[in-house]
Design a protein around this ligand. Structure first.
Ligand code: ASP
Length: 437
C-alpha cells in the first residue's frame, strides 16, 4: 500500500509539532510521500510564514525595509531546526532568499520559500529524500496548472522510495516559480497522491474531520465519518470548507479516497472522502450527510400568465443574464413563474440594466425582488432512498418558526435547497441539524 500524506501549516508550526508529525509518519511504513505547508500559526494572533514572505516582497516593492519581517521568518526556521537538534545548515539558504527578495523577486517566488524550507527541515528530520516541487508540478507560461506536463513527471517521484515534497508551488515552462492560490498545498498533496498511484491521500490538519455543519452555528456538530466526493462538492460549494476546492479534482478522477485527520489527535477517526461508487449501505441509509449555507443572495421572481406556453421565455432570460455577465446559482420554476437566485456580489452595479432588459425582452406580468436571502443546502446521497426527508426538514423549520422563501431540489436528488431570510439563517441551520443529527 502507498500513502501520500499532507501536513498543513499548523501541523508544522513548531519543533513540537514536527515531533508529532514524525511519530505519525513512523507509525505506518506506507506513508511514503509527504507534502508540507509552510509553518502556520502556533497560537491565535501568530504570523503565518507565507504571510510574512508576501509582506517582505511587498515592502521591498514599495522601497521599504523588510528586515523586521525577514528576521521573524529566519528565527522561526532556525528555532524549529534547533528545537529538533538538527545539524542542517539553513543559514546560507536564508541569506540567498533574502538577497532574492532584496533584488526584487516575484511574490510567487518569495511565498514559495516557506514550503521549500519546511520540506528541507522535515526531510532531514525524517531521513527521507527532499524532492523539490519544481521537479514535479508544472504550470503553463500563462500561469495555469499543466496537468499533462505534470503527469509526465510521475517517474521522477516514484524513483524515490520515500520523499518530502514542498506544497503550494511548481514551475512554469520558462523556469519561473508559480504558486497555486492560497491553501494550495492541499492541491499538491492530491497531485502527488495521483502521480504515485497512492491508495489513500491523508490530509492532516488541526480539526478531527469534516463537521456535519458549521460549528460557529452548532458548537456540538458531529464529525462526518464518510462523505462522498459529490456530497462534498455540494457542501463546499455552499460554503463548508476544510480542503482547498481544487484539491478534490486530481484524486476524485483517480478514485483515490482522502482521509482528513488531526495531527493533534491522531487517534480520532477523522473523515473519509470516497468516490460515490465506494459508498456503502451505511451512507445510502443516512438521509442527510451535511448542512451548509451562505448568506447574500437576491431572488428575482418573474410571473407571467401561461408562461409555460411562452416558447423561448427561459432562453431570452438566459441571454439577458449572459449579456450582463451574471450567472444565476439556481433557477427554480413553476407553471407560471421562474425565479433567479443570484449571488449579491454578481449584481453590484448591474441590477438596473438587468431589470430593464427583463422588462423589455421578457415582458413579465410581475417581478418581485427579495434581497437578504440565505441559502441552506441539506445534502445526502441517501435522500433518494429515504422517504420523508423533505417532510422532516420542513417540519423542523416550521417548529423553529422559519419561513422558507424558496425551495429547490437538484434533479440528482442529493440536495434540498431552502432559501430563508438572512435573520433566520442560524436558527434554520440549527433546526435542520437537530432534526437529522
Ligand atoms: N502556505 C500556503 C498558504 O498559506 C499554502 C498552504 O498552506 O497550503 O496559503
Amino acid at each position: 500500500m502507498i500513502k501520500t500524506v499532507k501536513f498543513g501549516g499548523s501541523s508544522l508550526a513548531s519543533a513540537e509539532q514536527f515531533r508529532k508529525v514524525k511519530a505519525i509518519i513512523e507509525r505506518d511504513a506506507d506513508r511514503r510521500y509527504v507534502v508540507v505547508s509552510a509553518p502556520g500559526k502556533r497560537f491565535p494572533g501568530d504570523d503565518k510564514i507565507t504571510d510574512l514572505l508576501y509582506r517582505c516582497q511587498a515592502l521591498r516593492a514599495q522601497g521599504l525595509s523588510f528586515d523586521a519581517a525577514y528576521k521573524t521568518i529566519a528565527e522561526r526556521f532556525i528555532g524549529i531546526r534547533d528545537g529538533l537538534g538538527l545539524k542542517l545548515c539553513i543559514e546560507a539558504e536564508l541569506d540567498e532568499i533574502r538577497s532574492r527578495i532584496e533584488a526584487g523577486t516575484t511574490p510567487d517566488f518569495a511565498a514559495s520559500r516557506g514550503e521549500y524550507l519546511n520540506a528541507k527541515l522535515l526531510s532531514a528530520y525524517l531521513g527521507f529524500d527532499f524532492l523539490d516541487a519544481t521537479e514535479l508540478i508544472r504550470f503553463r507560461d500563462d500561469g495555469t496548472f499543466d496537468d499533462d506536463a505534470t503527469a509526465l513527471r510521475a517517474g521522477v517521484l516514484t524513483a524515490h522510495e520515500r520523499a518530502v515534497i514542498p506544497g503550494f508551488y511548481g514551475r512554469r515552462r520558462n523556469g519561473m516559480i508559480r504558486t497555486f492560490s492560497r491553501g494550495g498545498s492541499d492541491i499538491t498533496g492530491a497531485i502527488v497522491a495521483k502521480l504515485s498511484a497512492s491508495d489513500v491521500y491523508e490530509n492532516w490538519t488541526d480539526v478531527s474531520g469534516f463537521l456535519m455543519t458549521d460549528p460557529r452555528i452548532v458548537p456540538d456538530a458531529k464529525v462526518i465519518e464518510t462523505v462522498t466526493y459529490s456530497e462534498l462538492r455540494e457542501l463546499s460549494y455552499m460554503g463548508a470548507s476544510v480542503l482547498h476546492e481544487d484539491s478534490i479534482f486530481p484524486v476524485r478522477k483517480a478514485r483515490i479516497p482522502i482521509h482528513v485527520l488531526n495531527t493533534n489527535d491522531p487517534e480520532a477517526s477523522g473523515t473519509m472522502i470516497v468516490p460515490d461508487s465506494m459508498a456503502t449501505d451505511k451512507e445510502h441509509q443516512r438521509p442527510i450527510t451535511g448542512i451548509a449555507g451562505r448568506r447574500g443572495y437576491t431572488v428575482i421572481t418573474l410571473t407571467k400568465d401561461n408562461l409555460h406556453n411562452d416558447l423561448g421565455f427561459a432562453y431570452r432570460l438566459m441571454g439577458i443574464l449572459a449579456r450582463n455577465g451574471i450567472s444565476a446559482e439556481r433557477m427554480p420554476s413553476g407553471i407560471d413563474t421562474i425565479s433567479l437566485v443570484i449571488d449579491d456580489k454578481r449584481l453590484i452595479g448591474r441590477m438596473d440594466q438587468l431589470y430593464h432588459d427583463i422588462m423589455v425582452e421578457c415582458s413579465p406580468d410581475t417581478v418581485e425582488i427579495a434581497s437578504c436571502i440565505a441559502l441552506i443546502a441539506s445534502v445526502g446521497i441517501g435522500m433518494v432512498r429515504n422517504p420523508g426527508v423533505a417532510a422532516k426538514l420542513f417540519t423542523a423549520l416550521s417548529a423553529a418558526e422559519v419561513n422558507a422563501r424558496l425551495i429547490d431540489q437538484d434533479s440528482n436528488e442529493m440536495n434540498i435547497i431552502v432559501g430563508v431570510e438572512q435573520r433566520d439563517f442560524e436558527r434554520a441551520v440549527e433546526a435542520i441539524y437537530r432534526a437529522f443529527a
